[in-house]
Write a new protein. Structure first.
Length: 103
């Protein structure tokens, strides 16, 4: 794989929904806390295939629901118009965003 950052991507299919969980590899398995908010980037939910950002975005584009954690995946999703910058929350300085497509 090239110099592009790597992220974990896991796909869940439930009925007609395609849920994609994606996180930067650096945050996998960590728990971030800020006030009453806890962001648990669990391996059970997020650890799927380790892919490039470009590959991850191709999977995310097909999702009806997506959970994204980490600076790399969030900044690229914003750049590609998949996430609005104001929709990003930060927990202990770690960005998190959710995408829900209404069909």
């Amino acid at each position: 794989m090239c110099n592009e950052a790597l992220v974990y991507v896991k796909v869940f299919i439930v009925n007609r929904e395609v849920l994609v969980a994606a996180c930067d590899r650096e945050v996998l398995g960590k728990v971030f806390r800020e006030g009453n908010i806890v962001l648990n980037v669990s391996e059970e939910f997020y650890k799927g295939e380790l892919v490039t950002l470009t590959e991850a975005l191709n999977v995310i584009k097909k999702a009806t629901i997506a959970n994204l954690v980490g600076r790399n995946i969030i900044s690229k999703a914003i750049e590609k118009g998949l996430v609005h910058p104001e929709a990003v929350i930060y927990v202990d300085k770690v960005p998190h965003a959710q995408i829900v497509k209404m069909i």
